[in-house]
Design a protein around this ligand. Structure first.
Ligand SMILES: NC(=O)c1ccc[n+]([C@@H]2O[C@H](COP(=O)([O-])OP(=O)(O)OC[C@H]3O[C@@H](n4cnc5c(N)ncnc54)[C@H](OP(=O)(O)O)[C@@H]3O)[C@@H](O)[C@H]2O)c1
Length: 324
């Protein structure tokens, strides 16, 4: 596709103001697409404007729980991308209303307007999961494919990058706590993937490189256990802390209280999610539904994570005071 054609292509990105959103908007802006970012609070999406040229990126108000607002945000779009997801439930933001009903509204609107659809789910999406998050992600995928069978779906493993929830959270905890918890013994496996690689994969799908109707599973170059990831956080932040195994039932009991913090540290649903490995399946590898199939060599954690976790070191970036 030529740059001129990209100029004429309007992409609506639901959830474009979030962690993955800002990286995706940057990748799309570089390719000269016109981008409409649909979020509940467009006034809080101002950080996206400098990622493109004047007038290239435009924020509109939309709530995926509100069908009319979704319809309006999709009008005239050639491609619709849904990044909306929540980590915990609050008020009317429930897993099923946002990740299942909401995804369905976006797909139905895309179908009405004849727009292509790309949907972001998560590894672990499973209708039979004990986690409400994972069940709603599976229902969302099903609803998207029912409305738009040629949609491309991406399921990332846990994503890392400067604004991530995972590494920043545990590095912050290591600063104030004498020990870090190894939830469920710390044996759950993850395949952390750089947010920039996920954004690039979605942008390549927009360019037409992905198979329609396929579900891509995106993970980084290495599989690591929760315990290994905690050890890595401590190494990068140069902290010595105990790592204490916390059996799932105990973690769940603690989470019943921690979920009520303004930004919950841990919820019972997240404990359920941690019971299942979060890695790219052999089927996805075998069938070429991975980053490699899109020509992307995944970036290692070691290249990116130290560049933003240094601020949790006792000595910041100035001096290496190994293991405070
Ligand atoms: N982060 C990870 O490690 C990870 C791993 C696997 C899968 N995923 C999935 O990848 C996607 C992007 O994740 P992320 O980390 O970038 O999430 P994020 O930073 O929390 O961003 C979520 C976006 O959704 C918007 N949003 C929330 N509720 C909405 C609603 N009712 N209507 C419209 N917009 C709404 C938010 O904006 P407002 O709140 O301003 O509306 C925000 O722009 C999500 O679907 C997530 O489940 C993430």
């Amino acid at each position: 596709m030529t740059l001129q054609a990209n100029n004429d292509t309007l992409i609506t990105v639901f959830g474009g103001s979030g962690f993955l959103g800002r990286h995706l908007v940057r990748a799309l802006a570089k390719r000269h697409y016109r981008i409409r970012v649909a979020v509940r609070r467009p006034d809080l999406a101002g950080h996206l404007q400098p990622l493109g040229r004047v007038g290239q990126i435009h924020a509109v108000q939309a709530n995926v729980r509100n069908t009319a607002s979704v319809e309006a945000a999709v009008r005239d779009a050639d491609i619709v991308i849904n990044l909306v997801g929540i980590l915990y439930e609050r008020g009317r933001q429930r897993f099923d209303t946002v990740q299942a009903f909401g995804a369905e509204q976006v797909a139905l609107a895309a179908a009405n307007h004849g727009a292509r659809m790309i949907h972001i789910s998560a590894i672990g999406a499973d209708e039979k999961s004990s986690s409400g998050y994972a069940r709603a992600k599976a229902e969302g995928e099903k609803a998207v494919l029912a409305a738009r069978p040629e949609a491309t779906i991406f399921r990332p493993s846990i994503m890392f990058g400067p604004e991530d929830e995972f590494f920043n959270k545990f590095a912050a905890l290591a600063r104030i706590l004498p020990a870090l918890p190894l939830i469920g013994g710390g044996t759950t496996q993850f395949q952390p993937v750089f947010v920039g690689d996920v954004a690039e994969a979605i942008a390549r799908a927009v360019d037409g490189a992905a198979k329609a109707g396929s579900t891509y599973e995106v993970g980084g170059p290495e599989v690591q256990t929760f315990k290994e990831l905690m050890e890595y956080v401590l190494e990068v932040t140069e902290r010595r802390r105990f790592l204490i195994p916390l059996p799932f039932p105990l973690a769940k009991f603690q989470a019943t209280f921690l979920q009520y913090l303004p930004t919950p540290l841990l919820t019972p649903d997240q404990v359920e999610l941690l019971k299942t490995d979060n890695v790219v399946s052999p089927a996805a590898e075998h069938e070429g539904r991975t980053l490699a199939a899109l020509g992307i060599a995944p970036t290692a954690m070691e290249v990116i994570v130290p560049s933003y976790l240094w601020r949790f070191r006792k000595t910041g970036q100035f001096r290496t005071g190994r293991f405070a």
